[in-house]
Design a protein around this ligand. Structure first.
Ligand SMILES: [Zn+2]
Ligand SMILES: [Zn+2]
Length: 342
């Protein structure tokens, strides 16, 4: 069966072109032979390992679980000066202020999120809660973006498991879009947009990867990337911080499940960009905003990147040559125990 259709992405309010053909079958090869040497559990030259000294000259404590610290090379500065006004009124500028942090998931240099025990992933979710709370309530911080870039193909050279936080004086574009889309949907239907998506996904069922009492993971109907996955609490809460202790454990379990499936795809660490989409912290009313995590993996086959080219960069709409149903089925069929533990 081939599929030529456009699917509407209600959170981004844009169309995704799905052009999937039968001859373009999922990759079913053997384990990649050229798997890199696994990293050591401690690396003397790693700036994130416990007890090591960072570029700023600060020495890391000998931490034993999750460790957050201010980024030594931040993209936004806490005391960025006001910029020179632009030369013409059509141009606009403003200072990029904020706080950038690094969150090490584990003292172990050789671990990834997918290999951590649930207890440690839960601890990570708790640290995210703490960070969102602490940074979000500061004056001048309008948004807290928590994310992880994983793998060399998304520009990460240090394998030490870590994510980052940008707490900024502006709201990131995707969040701004989602807020607007949710508001519009609520005005039109009285419903929370993300709840309507969840209901439709559960009703269809084919793209659901995981579900427990309070959390769910799925490949969205309107996925742009082949292995795109959303992880969300079932109840509408604006941020990770609003999860109860039990919901935080369930959310951690869903995250872990997804990352294990990813690594099990080709029996090697699977690269992705993961971001928590949370309500802004600028004091607005975000009761209709439904917190979720989005995984955007750049690979569509082993060693084969989804290149962003003419349609995506030139035209602004994603073109997918796989269907979300087929990719969800592929992920669902994989073992839920990490390949290194089997
Ligand atoms: Zn390290
Ligand atoms: Zn989102």
């Amino acid at each position: 069966m081939s599929l030529w259709e456009q699917r509407f992405h209600p959170l981004r309010e844009e169309w995704v072109v799905v052009a999937a053909h039968r001859q373009n079958r999922p990759w079913i090869g053997e384990t990649i032979a050229h798997r890199q040497e696994p990293p050591p559990s401690y690396a003397a030259d790693c700036t994130f390992c416990p007890g090591n000294t960072r570029v700023s000259g600060v020495t890391n404590p000998v931490y034993t679980d999750v460790f957050a610290f201010d980024n030594d090379a931040p993209c936004v500065g806490e005391n960025a000066p006001d910029p020179e006004p632009p030369s013409a009124s059509i141009f606009e500028n403003r200072p990029a202020r904020g706080i950038a942090r690094v969150v090490c998931y584990s003292p172990r240099h050789d671990m990834t999120l997918a290999e951590l025990p649930l207890r440690d992933v839960t601890r990570l979710v708790e640290v995210w809660q703490q960070q969102y709370r602490d940074l979000g309530r500061r004056a001048g911080i309008d948004h807290v973006l928590i994310f992880e870039n994983k793998g060399a193909v998304v520009g990460v050279s240090n394998p030490h498991p870590h994510g980052q936080i940008y707490a900024t004086n502006f709201v990131f574009k995707h969040i701004e879009n989602e807020v607007r889309a949710a508001d519009r949907h609520r005005a039109k239907t009285g419903h929370v947009l993300f709840q309507d998506i969840l209901e439709a996904e559960v009703h269809d069922g084919r793209r659901i990867l995981f579900e427990n009492a309070t959390a769910i993971a799925f490949v969205p109907y309107f996925a742009r990337y082949a292995y795109e996955v959303y992880v969300a609490p079932k109840a509408t809460v604006p941020s990770v911080d609003a999860l109860s202790a039990a919901e935080a454990v369930d959310f951690a379990e869903a995250l872990l499940h997804v990352t294990v499936k990813y690594d099990n795809l080709w029996n090697r660490p699977f690269p992705y960009v993961m971001a928590l989409h949370q309500a802004p912290t600028d004091g607005g009313d975000y009761s209709g905003f439904h917190f979720h995590a989005e995984f955007h993996p750049p690979l569509r086959k082993p060693d084969l990147l989804k290149y962003l080219a003419g349609p995506e960069i030139g035209g602004g709409n994603f073109l997918s040559d796989t269907t979300p149903e087929e990719k969800a089925a592929e992920l669902r069929a994989l073992p839920s125990v990490h390949y290194t533990l089997r």
